[in-house]
Ligand binder design. Structure first.
Ligand SMILES: Cc1ncc(COP(=O)(O)O)c(C=O)c1O
Length: 338
């Protein structure tokens, strides 16, 4: 154990699962046809893409034809927001803690004349439904609120937001709801009908698929303007190429995965004096659960405080974390020989 390094940042990215790597190798060397081709090679590739699409759809209880493959979460977010905002400037509601790929599009829309409301998240890192209701006006066309935050892991009340949107829609308002679920998909159960969202972004490399692969759920009936022209793939919603068979959904929830620590976020202000308090893993978990940040994604530990050098905390907590992980047959990829 002494000579091992531990990878604690599964929110930044995950290693490619060996089962996914095997599928990728097969796709790169055997089923390499163009999925648009009518001949056997193309149809073989098409079948692989279809299978991946089915798996991604079932992860969020969507229909297969509601999944648009993208190059990752960033493109999924861009496609969702740009694809719906091509008309006249209107009003958009977002949160103050979105990923830059959502934040950036909101800023670009603001420059094009859109009004943007950024909901605060308060001490617990969560938006308030009353704030959302108060922010919605007759001009509100788009709401984009992330499902789980990439740094502090807080889960937003997406299903409640979905209900507010549904009520507005039944009053006759044209309004769309997108959620960036890059940090939630595969980590918490997602059913798009229960959430009531129209669009939902995912990213492969956050759930053991490779980097550069993602998906956008586009509810049937939502008309999204493609951001590129010249192809007709992904049902005209995203042109460059067919989806990628490498976005394979690996069954989560096995013993091995339960003990994976997805993310350890250490606030750079963590106090040196507080270090000893958080050394045992159990205490670390308690802090994450009971601390200022509540309602976080599973195994997403976030610690607020004051420290000059965050690496000190990682080094100090590593033995306790390693013990806990080894006892539970941790995945080898999470423990890298130094
Ligand atoms: C919440 C969130 N949204 C979007 C992204 C972007 O995903 P990708 O790296 O696949 O472009 C990330 C990646 O860190 C993320 O955490």
């Amino acid at each position: 154990m002494a000579n091992r390094r531990i990878y604690l940042d599964h929110s930044a990215t995950t290693p490619v699962d060996s089962r996914v790597a095997a599928v990728m190798t097969h796709a790169l060397t055997e089923t390499f046809g163009n999925a648009s081709s009518v001949h056997g090679f193309g149809q073989q590739a098409r079948a692989a893409v279809d299978r991946a699409r089915r798996e991604v759809a079932s992860l969020i209880d969507a229909r297969q034809n509601e999944i648009v493959f993208t190059s990752g979460g960033t493109e999924a977010n861009n496609l969702a927001l740009k694809g719906l905002s091509h008309g006249e400037a209107a009003h958009l509601i977002t949160s103050s803690i979105e990923h830059p790929s959502v934040r950036g599009v909101c800023e670009a829309l603001e420059q094009r004349g859109w009004d943007v409301t950024r909901l605060p998240v308060y001490e617990n890192g969560i938006v308030r439904i009353d704030d959302l209701k108060a922010a919605i006006t007759a001009r509100t066309l788009l709401i984009t609120i992330m499902a789980a935050n990439n740094e502090i892991g807080t889960l937003q009340p997406i299903a409640e937001i979905g209900k507010v949107v549904a009520a507005k829609r039944s009053d006759g308002q044209k309004i769309w709801f997108h959620t960036d679920a890059v940090q939630a998909a595969g980590r918490v159960p997602i059913n798009v009908d229960e959430l009531g969202c129209d669009l939902l972004s995912m990213s492969g490399h956050k759930l053991y698929a490779p980097k550069g692969v993602g998906a956008l759920f586009v509810r049937r009936g939502v008309r999204l303007q493609s951001q590129s022209v010249g192809g007709h793939q992904e049902r005209e919603r995203r042109d460059p190429w067919w989806g990628d068979p490498s976005f394979r959904v690996i069954p989560l929830g096995t013993t091995e995965r339960e003990v994976r620590i997805h993310h350890l976020h250490i606030d750079p202000r963590f106090g040196q004096a507080d270090l000893d308090v958080v050394l045992p893993m159990r205490r670390l978990t308690e802090l994450a659960r009971d601390g200022a940040v509540g309602g976080a994604a599973p195994r997403h530990y976030s610690i607020m405080g004051y420290i000059l050098d965050p690496t000190v905390l990682v080094e100090k907590t590593a033995p306790a974390i390693a013990d806990a992980m080894c006892a539970d047959h941790v995945d080898a990829a999470a423990l890298v020989p130094a």
